[in-house]
Design a protein around this ligand. Structure first.
Ligand SMILES: Nc1nc2c(c(=O)[nH]1)N[C@H]1C(S)=C(S)[C@@H](COP(=O)(O)OP(=O)(O)OC[C@H]3O[C@@H](n4cnc5c(=O)[nH]c(N)nc54)[C@H](O)[C@@H]3O)O[C@H]1N2
Ligand SMILES: Nc1nc2c(c(=O)[nH]1)N[C@H]1C(S)=C(S)[C@@H](COP(=O)(O)OP(=O)(O)OC[C@H]3O[C@@H](n4cnc5c(=O)[nH]c(N)nc54)[C@H](O)[C@@H]3O)O[C@H]1N2
Ligand SMILES: [Mo]
Length: 763
């Protein structure tokens, strides 16, 4: 006998879906019926939402509970004591109040970077910011880990980053107009599961299945080549794309294939760049031969590609991964300069793209609509850090540093409050981050699961997951707005972040200001109706909230959003870019005036400084089996593990040299740290390169090989990446690359402990 199930709508960063539960509570999920290419990551959900690593009750590190706040090296090692909500909220409210009274609100770090979950109201970071704005403000963070380098660079070059991100040509336009797509960093299918806030129809993933356009895919990893496409794979040495771009540019210049008219009319500074290509300032011409020697390709191929690029409509795209490296500004700037030389910027399907293959919403043809948003208020504190400087902030109060032409000083942070992010996933050099997390008086974390960040906190407050609450889901290019219905009861004593913060606000006298007297459902109605009013003003009628909620979704109206680059190209005088010259800046007098040796005034070849650590080049890219650390305990992520550890891809030649066979446990190490991983021997990586994706939950244990040091038993690559910025200009995350040695590990293998909660005692 079959019983009728009620499937309820919900959404996630990896897609909209429907969910239902069995009589025994087992969760079932099914993709949205309109999704042409649903994400495999949906299958992580059933195990994750009720996993034993869910935080069940508020928990306090014993040392903090008994000894009070203060710097300590015991975070991440001590047991937790479970307490009542009232006890936890009283203690946190008192500590927030003490910190702001004794040290000022600047001493509270509330940047709280991270992806949290889909859902416009219960977005943890937005809730946290709104709360802190009511109690006097906080030191914030600026930018993100995804495109932190480009976010600072692009305004100098093209006036804003939105010019490239929000207005990227759709895959449909590419299909119709582009003869050749040259993808630096590749077009990995795996990344197209994801768009922040949700993606109901995975049109980018679907488009890649049968693009038809000729592709040249430049990447050390074969996964980055879409299957079934007409593609050539150029497995260049990692970190050398700029040399290839310069070699192509030199060929265009010396063959007279560059578009002089476009460069003169729409760009500034080409002469400076051309002199550099010809080697006038440094004596090195950036010829195809020069490039070939650095990248490990044939000079004749470089010349042929340059000619091929100039012969038709060519789109050059640079993945976001390339700017998440040391000197990450350069591949973006040199890629833009190369596209400018081809003279097709502003033409459909031509010019320069940034992030095709990085995120589902780049190239998506959905409407560009700001979904409903939670107002966050104003932060009375202006102090901020570039987001990836978190460890420096905690380790070096008072120290000065450069950022985009400014000289900034790290404030003295005493309290860290994090909700919806996992710095022990996202940050580099985790051993250093552990030391940094020892410095503040107090660390408060809201988490759904016992992540490494929760384990390094003093106070852990259990948060609900989206299926345990009501919300509105939607991304910026999403075709639908999703009514996220509640499917499950909250786990244990978990509360919504909003409820947690409302409890703190009540204790600090700002409850009315924080909640505005609305229940969560009333907030959804309020946010939706305000948004609906805005749409009506633009001539788009959408139904009232009740109808939207009952229908479970809303198909969004089509809103056209022409790129500003087409009118700019047609008449740069009348439609200038928001750069100092009004044109595309191939030489930026402003950046040049900052005098940063690691980011001069035009694109240059600068090899990475961090080459120490070992003979193999490690790529720490996004995982195919989860979103960052989210869902690492889910079925898809677990299935891919090797000997219970994160898989490390290694070329057969490198494996043979080291006596490593497929399935072996290996030890990956450098001067910064070590981890264990499971070997996957594969021709898909270039020799000399190993790939270990991010997101295995950090499991620091005593290193059996280096006494006194720690090793991650699970395979988190961020124990190996250096905590250095892309440059002094952007201070962007440079976590994509590291240099390591890999050995077969024959010692006693420590168990991976991340699948269990930490030791918990009851008060
Ligand atoms: N080496 C290296 N490192 C990298 C990168 C790289 O390429 N290489 N990439 C970087 C990039 S691009 C990014 S974006 C970052 C991602 O880094 P993060 O965004 O920090 O990673 P997530 O695992 O998504 O962390 C989100 C956390 O929020 C929790 N969460 C989910 N929903 C809720 C909720 O409703 N309430 C609360 N309180 N918590 C919730 C989840 O359990 C999870 O632990 O990583 C960066 N790190
Ligand atoms: N499945 C899944 N998809 C995701 C995410 C996830 O966690 N899981 N995260 C999302 C997020 S937050 C972001 S910001 C985007 C990030 O998007 P990206 O930063 O573009 O993604 P990555 O997978 O880190 O890197 C893409 C590819 O670049 C290649 N690469 C690395 N170094 C080099 C190099 O020096 N030269 C060349 N030519 N290629 C190189 C790697 O082989 C890698 O597969 O991904 C999003 N998509
Ligand atoms: Mo990201």
């Amino acid at each position: 006998m079959t019983t009728e199930r009620t499937w309820l709508p919900s959404s996630s960063h990896w897609g909209a879906f429907r969910a239902t539960t069995d009589a025994d509570g087992t969760l079932h999920v099914a993709p949205h019926p309109a999704d042409p290419a649903p994400s495999p990551l949906l299958d992580n959900l059933p195990d994750t939402v009720r996993h034993r690593t869910r935080v069940r009750r508020p928990a306090i590190r014993r040392g903090w509970l008994e000894g009070g706040p203060g710097p300590t090296d015991r975070r991440g090692t001590e047991e937790f004591v479970e307490v009542s909500w009232d006890t936890a909220l009283d203690l946190v409210a008192e500590e927030l109040d003490r910190t702001r009274r004794e040290h000022g609100n600047e001493a509270i770090f509330g940047g709280s970077y991270g992806w949290s979950s889909a859902g416009r109201f219960h977005h943890a970071q937005s809730q946290l910011h709104r709360f802190h704005n009511t109690i006097g403000g906080y030191t914030s963070s600026r930018g993100n880990y995804s495109v932190g380098t480009s976010q600072v660079l692009l305004p100098h070059l093209v006036g804003s980053s939105g010019v490239l991100f929000a207005h990227a040509d759709s895959w449909q336009t590419i299909r119709e107009h582009t003869d050749l797509l040259v993808a630096f960093g590749g077009l990995p299918r795996k990344n197209l599961s994801i768009a922040p806030g949700g993606v109901t129809r995975h049109t980018s993933a679907a488009a890649l299945r049968d693009l038809g356009t000729e592709l040249v895919v430049i990447s050390p990893l074969a996964d980055d080549v879409p299957t079934g496409s007409r593609s050539a794979w150029w497995p260049v040495a990692p970190g050398t794309d700029v040399a290839l771009q310069l070699g192509l540019a030199h060929t265009l210049l010396t063959s007279g294939l560059h578009d002089r008219e476009f460069l003169e009319r729409c760009c500034t500074g080409f002469e400076v760049f051309a002199d550099y290509l010809l080697g006038k300032p440094d004596g090195t011409a950036k010829t195809a031969e020069w490039a070939a020697g650095i990248c490990g390709v044939d000079a004749a191929d470089v010349r042929a590609l340059a000619e091929r690029m100039a012969a038709g409509r060519t789109l050059i795209t640079v993945s976001w991964s390339l700017q998440r490296t040391e000197h990450g500004e350069q591949p973006v700037w040199a890629g833009l300069a190369l596209a400018a030389m081809l003279g097709q910027i502003g033409l459909p399907g031509g010019g320069f793209g940034h992030g095709y293959g990085s995120m589902a919403d780049i190239g998506d043809d959905g409407p560009l609509l700001q979904p409903p948003t939670l107002p966050m208020g104003q932060n009375p504190v202006s102090t901020f850090i570039p987001v990836a400087r978190i460890a420096d902030l905690l380790l070096h109060p008072g120290r000065q540093y450069d950022y985009d032409g400014q000289r900034l000083t790290y404030p003295d942070v005493r309290l860290v409050h994090w909700a919806g992010g996992n710095p022990f996933h996202h940050h580099q050099d985790l051993n250093r981050l552990r030391r940094a997390f020892g410095r503040p008086d107090t660390v408060v974390v809201h988490e759904t699961h016992w992540t490494a960040t929760a384990r390094h906190a003093d106070v852990v407050l259990p948060a609900t997951v989206p299926l345990e609450r009501e919300d509105i889901g939607g991304g910026f290019r999403d075709s639908h707005l999703i009514a996220m219905h509640q499917v499950l009861e909250p786990y244990g004593e978990a509360r919504d972040d909003h409820a947690i913060l409302a409890g703190l606000a009540r204790r600090l006298g700002t409850h009315r200001e924080f909640t505005e007297g609305r229940s969560p459902r009333e907030w959804l109605v309020h946010m939706y109706e305000r948004w609906r009013g805005g749409l009506a003003a633009q001539g788009h009628d959408v139904p009232p909230f009740d109808e939207f909620w009952a229908a479970g979704e809303l198909r969004l109206p089509r809103v056209s959003h022409p790129s500003p680059l087409a009118p700019f190209r047609a008449d740069p005088q009348a439609n200038p870019l928001r750069t100092p010259s009004g044109r595309i800046e191939l030489f930026s007098a402003e950046i040049d005036s900052f005098g940063y040796p690691d980011c001069p005034g035009h694109p240059v070849w600068l090899p990475a400084r961090q080459r120490r650590g070992g003979p193999l080049h490690l790529i720490a890219n996004q995982p195919a089996t989860r979103l960052h650390g989210q869902g690492d305990v889910g079925a898809v992520s677990r299935r891919a593990k090797v000997a219970g550890r994160e898989p490390l891809r290694i070329h057969p030649r490198d494996a043979a040299e080291r006596g490593i066979s497929d399935g072996d446990v290996v030890r990956v190490s450098n001067h910064l740290g070590a981890c264990l991983a499971g070997a996957r021997v594969s021709e898909d990586v270039r020799p000399g390169v190993v790939v270990l994706a991010t997101g295995a939950w950090f499991d620091p244990q005593p290193d059996p090989v280096r006494p006194g040091e720690s090793l991650c038993a699970h395979g988190n690559p961020n124990v190996l990446t250096a905590d250095v910025p892309a440059s002094r200009l952007s201070q962007g995350c440079a976590g994509q690359h590291a240099h390591v040695e890999v050995e077969r590990y024959d010692g006693p293998v420590p168990p991976v402990r991340t699948g269990e909660p930490p030791p918990l005692a009851e008060r």
